[in-house]
Design a protein around this ligand. Structure first.
Ligand code: AHR
Length: 503
């Protein structure tokens, strides 16, 4: 009996060691892949809820510290992570957007109804000048999504001329009169958004024809090198991608949209306080984007074997039930360690597909869906997702290597450890490691030698998060590798994301 009690006590005392999973990782540095395009770490900012208003824009007269109307705290946070591209103004909002509503003296701009997002009034105080100047302020490329759902090719062509012409045309002069002398650079132009849904409920053939027509007139000065992104497929519906590639005319990129929900779209599940089964299903659903990217890439390979056309996952992220008490239609949800894992797993997938995926925009930048940042009045909080993007900056423009993982699955379709490896622009080798198991640590032994130092993001609970009361509850902390038989090893805690530099 005594022996049994001692045995049981020992078991309780040694659970971590006993349960540590053994994982091996093999990085093949002899097979460098295509450069990881920095635009895969992009963001999406739509006129939705408090994404733009209060999130980015408070106006020059606000008591909240601002730079010409843009929140100072937000601008600084975004600059820190070197946001490469921002997509605007929608989303579904863009499919009803009249660019003329958002220029000229703010007090004279028309007030419209934002029919897609809560039916609230939109006073257009954030328009073309405010967006383009914001992108410049944070050092990001502008991705302007044109309205092909309800506007004309002529109107969209005029918008582009207004923004980008250096001539003495009436539109360029109107821009000057409105306060901007030099043209802005529009790096990306979206030929519509979700043509299969809120962008017009089109059929695939019609969408391909619409792309041909609108793309013909969506022009900027040649030297600007603007890339035209056609609206492609979503989820597992590949017909729009196939038809667009086959019949869509000329374009430089094609979009893919994919949202991760824990359950099903009509009953998504809460952002916090979820059971472990929903941690597992969320990660499983997040990883499904890998299959979607692979299948879309296979379609693209058929029509574009030289990979001249990029895949742009220009909307992705988690989508949960809205926070209780928030305005319906504002898509407010908390962001926890689970979101950090989704972000890291998704970015690892995009990095692995660097030959085809040339851009991605997380939905969305501030206060909406899988937000990078949340604000409440003068307060601001950086989410776990923001911290992942911060850690992953070393992969911008890096050269990826194939990395094989041998180890257990945490759940069905969810390997316990996920790895991405790449040589950064500084010549150093970087590893991103994700432990998807919420309770088991992993002892990861690599085929590499040397020491590794970096940072790790983890927390006590699956739904650990930052709140306005405790904004620093989850943040990256210093973390180092170790050695095992002369090889670089990493003791990866449960539910964690680590990025390490190998010296
Ligand atoms: O990001 C929210 C919405 O999701 C976008 O407006 C739309 O494009 C997508 O369906």
């Amino acid at each position: 009996m005594l022996k049994q009690i001692i045995g049981a006590t020992l078991l309780l005392a040694l659970p971590a060691a006993a349960q540590t999973a053994q994982v091996s990782v093999t990085v093949d540095t002899s097979k460098p892949g295509a450069e990881i395009d920095r635009h895969i770490y992009g963001q999406f900012a739509e006129h939705l809820g408090h994404g733009i208003y209060e999130g980015i824009w408070v106006g020059e007269n606000s008591k909240i510290p601002n730079i010409h109307g843009y929140r100072k705290d937000v601008v600084e946070a975004l600059k820190k992570i070197h946001v490469p591209v921002v997509r605007w103004p929608g989303g579904c909002f863009g499919d009803l957007y009249d660019w003329r509503d958002g220029i000229g003296p703010r007090a004279k701009r028309p007030v419209r109804i934002n029919i897609h997002w809560g039916g609230v009034t939109e006073d257009n105080s954030f328009g073309t000048h405010e967006f383009m100047n914001f992108a410049e302020l944070i050092g990001a490329d502008a991705y302007v999504s044109l309205n092909v759902g309800s506007s004309t090719p002529y109107a969209q062509s005029q918008w582009l001329e207004y923004m980008t012409s250096d001539s003495k045309s009436s539109l360029a002069n109107e821009r000057r009169k409105n306060g901007r002398d030099k043209p802005w650079t529009v790096k990306f132009v979206g030929i519509g958004n979700e043509t299969w849904g809120c962008g017009g409920n089109m059929r695939a053939d019609y969408a391909a024809d619409i792309n041909r027509r609108y793309a013909t007139f969506a022009n900027t000065p040649r030297e600007m090198g603007t890339l035209k992104i056609a609206s492609g497929s979503h989820d597992d519906n590949f017909d729009f991608a196939e038809t667009m590639m086959k019949d869509g005319g000329k374009f430089d990129g094609m979009s893919v949209h994919y949202y991760t929900v824990p359950r099903v779209f009509k009953d998504k599940g809460p952002a916090l306080g979820f059971p472990e089964a929903e941690w597992a299903s969320t990660l499983n659903h997040a990883l499904h984007i890998g299959e979607i990217v692979s299948k879309t890439a296979a379609i693209m390979d058929k029509y574009d074997p030289d990979k001249k056309i990029g895949m742009y996952v220009d909307e992705w992220g988690t989508w949960y039930d809205p926070t209780t008490g928030s305005t319906p239609g504002f898509l407010v949800q908390q962001n926890s360690l689970r979101d950090a894992e989704v972000a890291a797993l998704s970015l690892n997938i995009f990095q692995r597909h660097s030959d085809r995926v040339k851009g991605a925009n997380i939905a969305q930048m501030i206060n909406v869906l899988q937000a990078m940042i949340m604000t409440d009045g003068a307060k601001m909080v950086l989410t776990p997702t923001y911290h992942v993007f911060d850690l992953y900056q070393v992969f911008m423009g890096a050269t990826p290597y194939p990395a094989g993982v041998s180890g257990p699955d945490y759940a069905k379709g969810v390997p316990m450890v996920d790895v991405s490896a790449a040589r950064g622009r500084d010549g150093k080798l970087y590893l991103a490691l994700v432990n998807t198991d919420p309770s088991k640590p992993a002892h990861v032994v690599t085929n590499l030698t040397g020491a590794a130092k970096g940072q790790i993001l983890t927390g006590p609970a699956m739904d650990s998060h930052n709140s306005f009361a405790a904004p620093g509850a989850i943040r990256p902390v210093a973390f180092s590798g170790t050695t095992d038989n002369g090889k670089l090893a990493v003791d990866l805690p449960a539910k964690s994301v680590a990025v390490l530099k190998v010296e």
